[in-house]
Design a protein around this ligand. Structure first.
Ligand code: ZN
Ligand code: ZN
Ligand code: FE
Length: 759
């Protein structure tokens, strides 16, 4: 007989881990116990060595769906003669640090109950268990138990209480458990928010959807707007009411099989769609496309997500598996609505009906968005289903650190020991409602995780709302502030999530980020580690006429690059008013309101405009995306010229030869897809040659790819292949987005490294 004490860290509390361990140990005839422990679960097992080995193997190969084991270690103990296994519940409430897990999609067993007419939860839209259901979106305080969630107002009935108290039941300590007797209920409201008396709101709504109506449905982290994705009229009407011209809508098919009918799915895409995280997955549309074209106009891809709440499953069944547009319930670009009566106010005039309920949402949490690039997941938005899952750090935080992220696609992060907890997506902090949620949720996370930061890391940009927040806390003397350069944070976010400890070349290509010289950076080759960086190379500076206006009007960047080349406005003359062209040229020549930029995102914009693809955009990144899609329609077709110029140890990538040739191509009527294709190949060549040059002087062989430009699948795929072909080790994002949603992770790691060196 042997005895082992096993420590398991990660997301192992509140996910049915103890019952799982109990059943596993009992099946193997082991003695001992399992109990919750701060930061994880503690197990002691006693039995034959071979059975103990099997236990440990199965623990990691077959854990409950929502569990995530970050670390498992064990040590031998003197046997005590235990022959029975039990769940020790003595300290689970006392520890006060039960981890909050992400929200989890309805599990198979709950789904079976939902559809079983003999079950007491048949067609009950709020059923859940220890393995599934709402988590982060219903918590109000720590420790995580029912009185500190949205379920506080729903005392359990005796039947639910029995399940909750039974260690062998799959609802043992399932905080949000509920049934038709004791739990939340649906309500149906008309277009102006007045209740409609109705016995079966799901059936009512399903009928309305089939008739082409638009319905706001309260979900886990906010409201969705649903309509029939096959109805051109319904989709067009939704666009009109939402004031959303072209930005694609996501679609919810009933199941994987229906998803396959809409998009071409590889094994990883299928796995992501069906995972308990249930993100929106971007995938190539099928041709002919079986849904209304207006769902994702002029876009080869579609975002799809599978039903993840019992209510979604019921709606799907009741609509005969109609694929539904499932877009965030907001007015144009405002943050997604989540609290009544705000939600009803905000969506009045958009929704024909509201399907809502009386379980309050505590944390606004958008759907996560992800995609697969060359066989690897590349998250675009890490939110519902992912947050607040911790990310292991390859270095130790000397004390608790708060990182407040950037301005757009905002997230914040709490660093402690060797872990960072990344928040859900908070959106664009320019919106007052988003900023208020940011402030509120920073405080909520600090309470939930009992986190009291001594340092606060923020971007260099003084006008980011997050920077001002950080500085105000530092001013109150609550903690010390650490300013982090934007692209250094990108570089380190990628190093950190890959657990890389060597210094690396960081190719950080994005839209905008403030540089240490006051210019707008975004086409950077940094050389650095967690503590520091040097700017080894960057794209040549051009003016950014009108600042942020240049982001919405790519033709301004085309003009900036043409002026840089000393060329006339060329193809722009036919499409844009002469007065505008003249005004922008004057701004550039006089350096008026035209900050210098090395942004790769803006170079995409310039080329898109020069190639005649797009002069203005209706959403961020639109021109660059269109350029990518066009490029993907043709074969590789050579590159454009560029030059690497050296001064004071920094390389400038001269884009003038590139722009000159692009403009020549456009003048000669070369089709846009070919220009787009050559441009992509040119960027890859720029990356390879520049990295090769940096490697020769620094000896560094590791390259990380970060920044929003690396959401570009074509560019990333070819860059990875070419850089690896040149003998470089390439790291890219898998856990956090390459865009600004990942900044807070980089900031935490940089602060940890810098603060670690001072005693
Ligand atoms: Zn379940
Ligand atoms: Zn009940
Ligand atoms: Fe950025």
């Amino acid at each position: 007989m042997e005895r082992r004490a096993v420590a398991i860290r990660g997301l192992v509390q509140g996910v049915g881990f103890r019952p799982f361990v109990y059943h596993l140990a009992s099946d193997l005839n082991l003695g001992g116990f399992v109990r919750n422990h701060p930061g994880g679960v503690q197990v002691e097992i006693e039995g034959e060595g071979a059975s103990l080995d099997r236990f440990l193997r199965q623990l990691t190969t077959d854990p409950p769906p929502a569990a995530r084991i970050l670390d498992l270690s064990w040590e031998p103990q003197p046997p005590r003669g235990d022959t029975y296994f039990h769940i020790d519940v003595s300290d689970c409430a006392a520890s006060g640090s039960v981890l909050i897990t992400p929200d989890v999609a309805t599990c198979q067993q709950c789904l079976a109950e939902l559809l079983d007419p003999r079950d007491r939860r048949y067609r009950y839209p709020f059923l859940n268990c220890t393995h599934c259901g709402p988590r982060l979106t219903i918590v109000t305080a720590a420790p995580y138990d029912r009185p500190r969630t949205s379920m506080a107002g729903f005392p359990m009935c005796p039947a639910c209480r029995r399940e909750y108290d039974d260690p062998s039941d799959r609802r043992f300590h399932a905080q949000p458990t509920a049934c038709p007797v004791c739990g939340p209920t649906l309500a149906l409201l008309d277009a102006s928010g007045h209740p409609i008396p109705c016995d079966d709101p799901v059936r009512f709504v399903a009928k309305a959807l089939r008739q082409g109506q638009i319905v706001a449905v309260k979900g886990l982290g906010g409201y969705h707007l649903f309509c029939d994705a096959r109805s051109a009229a319904a989709v067009a009407e939704l666009r009109r009411r939402k004031h959303r011209d072209e930005k694609p809508f996501a679609v919810m098919p009933a199941d994987l099989e229906s998803a396959e009918a809409l998009c071409v799915l590889g094994p990883l895409e299928r796995e992501l769609l069906a995972s308990p995280r249930r993100p929106i997955v971007l995938a190539l549309k099928r041709t002919p496309f079986p849904l209304a074209g207006q769902v994702a106009p002029a876009n080869p891809r579609l975002g799809i997500l599978l039903p993840y709440t019992p209510l979604h499953h019921l709606l799907m069944r009741q609509t005969d598996r109609t694929p539904l547009v499932a877009t965030s319930g907001n007015r144009s670009d405002e943050p997604i609505a989540f609290q009544e009566p705000d939600a009803i106010d905000q969506l009045c005039g958009i929704a024909d009906l509201f399907l809502t309920h009386n379980r309050p949402i505590q944390v606004r949490c958008d759907d996560s968005v992800t995609q697969v690039i060359a066989g690897v997941e590349c998250p675009l938005r890490r939110s519902r289903g992912d947050a607040p899952c911790p990310i292991p750090l390859p270095l130790t935080c000397p004390h608790p650190i708060l990182a407040v992220g950037g301005q757009l696609k905002a997230t914040f992060a709490l660093g402690r020991d060797r872990e960072a907890i990344l928040s859900h997506h908070l959106g664009d902090l320019d919106h007052y409602a988003a900023y208020r949620a940011f402030e509120r949720d920073v405080e909520l996370y600090q309470r939930l995780f009992d986190h009291h930061p001594l340092s606060i890391a923020h971007d260099l940009h003084p006008d980011y709302a997050s920077t001002r927040y950080a500085k105000s806390l530092a001013k109150e003397g609550r903690c010390k502030s650490v300013a982090v350069q934007h692209h250094h944070a990108h570089l380190v976010s990628c190093l950190a999530e890959n657990g890389v400890s060597e210094p690396a070349i960081g190719i950080t290509f994005d839209g905008t980020g403030l540089g240490t010289d006051g210019a707008v950076w975004g086409g950077e080759f940094l050389v650095g580690d967690y503590r520091q960086f040097r700017r080894a190379a960057h794209l040549r500076y051009v003016g950014m006429p009108g600042g942020d206006r240049a982001v919405r009007e790519p033709w301004r960047m085309a003009m900036a690059h043409l002026v840089d080349c000393g060329r006339p406005p060329g193809p722009l003359v036919q499409r844009l008013p002469t007065a505008s062209l003249r005004a922008v040229r004057a701004m550039l020549e006089g350096h008026v309101n035209s900050p210098w930029t090395s942004s790769a995102g803006r170079l995409f914009d310039a080329v898109a405009s020069l190639a005649g693809v797009r002069d203005c955009v209706s959403y961020e990144g639109q021109a660059a995306m269109q350029l990518e899609w066009l490029a993907a329609t043709v074969e590789q077709d050579g590159t454009y010229p560029f030059e690497l110029a050296e001064s004071d140890g920094t390389t400038t990538i001269d884009t003038r030869p590139l722009i000159n040739t692009v403009a020549d191509d456009a003048d000669q009527g070369v089709p846009a897809p070919r220009i787009a294709r050559r441009f992509h190949s040119t960027l890859v060549q720029i990356m390879v040659q520049t990295c090769d040059k940096i490697r020769r002087t620094t000896g560094l062989g590791a390259v990380v790819l970060s920044g929003g430009v690396f959401m570009n699948s074509l560019l990333t795929t070819e860059a990875v292949a070419a850089l690896q072909g040149a003998g470089l080790r390439v790291y890219r994002h898998r856990l956090v987005p390459p865009n600004d949603g990942g900044l807070s992770l980089g900031q935490v790691a940089i602060a940890a490294a810098r603060l670690g060196e001072t005693p």
